[in-house]
Design a protein around this ligand. Sequence first.
Ligand code: ZN
Length: 183
Amino acid sequence: MDSVRPARCPECGAASRPVGGALVLHGHGLRQRQVLGPLEWGDAAQAREVAVRRFRCTACRATCTVGPREVLTRRLYAATAIGLALALFGLLARPVAGVREQVSPWRVVGPGSVGRWCTLAAWVRALPRGGLFRALPPCPEDWSARRVAARAAAALAARAPEAVGPSPPPLHVLAPLGAAHSA
Ligand SMILES: [Zn+2]
């Protein structure tokens, strides 16, 4: 558990293990969390259960969770799945229904929702506010959703460890990998 304990409380910033002091972030058990979407390129879209470890801060009483790198706090979809959706929509200009089919594990689409996917729209809206991934380059306000998604996907791709080397994979393959390093 010591290996995954965050260095600081994400709420109040207190050091979790002050030198010579008592432990501030205490282990608070394991919790199962649902994570949606493919975890890598070519993976099937599915709903998985992953274990996240919970900690409680004795300074501010907040709890926080630590899970695999692909798991974003406060998001149902894996970071990799969101990176993939942005790449399909922005870089490959796939129709929204096709993006949804590849990323969402849910096969039933309401009759009023064919050709739309409000989850994807919400991700694109959250991007400029930093609500999804850290420190993405800003976009002019008049940019289309696809253009915003394309720039974000390219920026995520650049953060993938696999992006370095003589023949890196294409941007749309790198984007989901980089997304896991951008939480
Ligand atoms: Zn705290």
